[in-house]
Design a protein around this ligand. Structure first.
Ligand code: HEM
Length: 124
């Protein structure tokens, strides 16, 4: 656990993290599948919240349960399926590559992201 959290942290500066997150949400908000889901959520505010969440959870380890519960509550009202999680990840991976980062960063973020996927999917 400590391993993968350290990796994302060490690979990207705060400014690079913000750039990836900005491009990621540009893609999400332009996607007709996600647009209606995010219609009531201001993009800049959403970017800031994800940025802070990543910072908090990459520098602090051992709080996955607490942070997972937080994410579960934040997504409880949303009809999130494995397919939506995969679609979201595609936008994130594309955004990372668009920013010029290599496959090491993609893999590190995939591992980081994997810590949260089960918490946001609505139980079926
Ligand atoms: C690994 C997967 C995911 C992570 C790490 C993640 C992360 C986050 C974070 C940190 C927030 C802000 C929570 C807050 O500060 O209150 C958030 C909100 C949100 N997420 Fe996700 N998310 C994930 C998956 C998804 C998926 C698949 C969807 C698809 C619909 C989604 C839709 C939303 C929406 C609509 C909000 C805003 C909720 C609101 O303000 O009412 N998320 N997410």
């Amino acid at each position: 656990m400590g391993e993968m959290t350290a990796v994302l942290d060490e690979l990207l500066s705060d400014a690079q993290l913000r750039e990836v997150i900005g491009r990621f949400y540009n893609r999400v908000y332009a996607d007709p599948v996600f647009a209606p889901i995010f219609s009531g959520v201001e993009q800049a505010r959403q970017e800031e919240r994800l940025f802070r969440f990543v910072l908090m959870t990459t520098t602090v380890s051992g709080t996955d349960g607490v942070d997972g519960q937080f994410l579960r509550v934040a997504h409880e009202h949303l009809p999130i399926t494995d397919e939506l999680v995969a679609r979201r990840w595609q936008h994130l991976a594309d955004a990372i590559r668009e920013c010029g980062h290599g496959e090491g960063v993609v893999a590190a973020w995939d591992a980081y992201d994997g810590r949260w996927r089960e918490w946001v999917v609505r139980p079926r």
